[in-house]
Design a binder for this molecule. Structure first.
Ligand code: LRH
Ligand code: MN
Length: 398
């Protein structure tokens, strides 16, 4: 039976009421590629500026109440920085989100961190993960989101199986230090910066490590961490089926881990992922999925790109929520391929922007957050305040 107009409006507001997405502190900072970094006057360099910018995005969109923190970049003094972060949370009304340990920056991790052949270096890496877990406890944030750059560049130069054993042990130890409400998210990535093998390279490896770590460990899917030919929504369906889906790092890409803004290259990809999520919820699966953005805004204005990203995520989440699941199930069962595809793709073509605009206005938010940002002078003001410090135009790779 086709959804009535009022049923669609009801579904839409329920979906939008439920949707929240976490934004990354590093999305506001000056980032670049190995070929250079184009500094922006308005870029955030201090944790206070990152909270201020996150508060602006939440003021405009109403759906980004938490800020993902990267330990070395945002809490360089570890636990000692927690009181300042708590003050900023109160000052800006933004809560600390996922805590991201950083085991890829320090020189000692050249041959790996938790997978390094040196027991001493593995211990130091372990200590950083345990510090990050304690920071999470002190800030009351639930997820510790672990990504390892660990791997090798040349065949025969490392024992892949020994490194698996060290990883299993390290993640078990990490899990044992979690508070009952905490989760360990295990992020996989097929390559970069390692270009021969990466120790946690795909969802299978992350799934195995999550299972062996313990019941509070889950897999984190970064949409940019897949070969172009991989069917990401099928991986998501498997992680939903196995109860291992912990969350997403959303971004977009044309080639590799390009970290472009969500929906800029392949919005249909994100729609197909959200469809798997909504379908699983409709089938009664209990879901506990964290939606997070993980992008580096090298050319676009950083706050503009973040607002654009949040709007695109809301629209794609809603498009997928409005798929007539009953009718689709009938067409899938009867293998009426074209009708099923037309129903599925039709939902993607649906222009939901007027509905999202109405939902925002009904919640006292600007109907068009991007337009509001362009008109409220926030970016110009912070560019004025921060500009002199951020003046250095381009910094080179070598
Ligand atoms: C690695 C990654 C990871 C973050 C980093 C900023 O590519 O996706 O999630 O720590 O980007
Ligand atoms: Mn990521």
């Amino acid at each position: 039976m086709k959804y009535s107009e009022s049923a669609i409006l009801d579904l839409a507001s329920k979906a939008l009421d439920a949707f929240q997405i976490e934004i990354p502190s590093w999305g506001f900072a000056n980032t670049g590629t190995r070929f250079g970094k184009f500094s922006q006057a308005a870029a955030a360099c201090t944790i206070e500026e990152k909270f201020a910018d996150a508060a602006e995005v939440n003021r405009l969109t109403g759906v980004t109440p938490t800020l993902a923190l990267h330990v070395l970049w945002d809490l360089p003094n570890g636990l000692k920085d927690v009181p300042e972060v708590k003050d900023l949370e109160r000052q800006f009304g933004i809560r600390s989100g996922s805590i991201n340990p950083n085991l890829f920056q320090d020189a000692q991790y050249k041959y790996g961190s938790l997978c390094n052949p040196s027991a001493e270096i593995r211990e130091q890496a372990m200590a950083h993960v345990l510090d990050s877990i304690e920071i999470g406890k002190a800030l009351g944030s639930r997820d510790v989101s672990l990504w390892l750059a660990d791997g090798s560049n040349y065949p025969g130069t490392q024992s892949i199986r020994k490194r698996i054993e060290w990883l299993e042990e390290a993640l078990r130890t990490s899990h044992d230090h979690l508070a009952p409400n905490q989760r360990l998210l295990v992020e996989y990535k097929p390559f970069e910066p390692a270009f021969y093998h990466t120790d946690i390279a795909d969802w299978g490896m992350s799934s195995h490590l999550s299972r062996t770590a313990g019941p509070q460990a889950r897999v984190l899917v970064d949409t940019g961490h897949h070969y172009n030919a991989q069917n990401i929504e099928q991986i998501v369906a498997w992680l939903l089926h196995t109860g291992l889906l912990g969350g997403f790092h959303f971004n977009d890409r044309r080639y590799a881990d390009d970290d472009l803004t969500l929906g800029s290259i392949d919005p249909y990809q994100i729609f197909r992922i959200f469809h798997e999520i909504h379908a699983a919820a409709a089938d009664g699966l209990t879901l506990d999925v964290a939606y997070m953005v993980d992008q580096s805004h090298n050319l676009k204005g950083k706050i503009e790109a973040m607002v654009q990203t949040v709007m695109a995520a809301q629209e794609l989440y809603l498009k997928a929520a409005l798929i007539d699941r009953e009718q689709l199930a009938e067409l899938q069962t009867s293998c009426d391929l074209v009708a099923a595809e037309e129903l599925f793709r039709g939902a993607f073509w649906r222009d939901v922007r007027p509905m999202v605009q109405a939902w925002r206005e009904a919640h006292g938010l600007p109907g068009d957050p991007l337009k509001a940002l362009r008109e409220n002078g926030y970016v110009e003001r912070i560019a004025e305040e921060r500009g002199s410090r951020n003046s250095a135009a381009v910094s080179s790779y070598a």
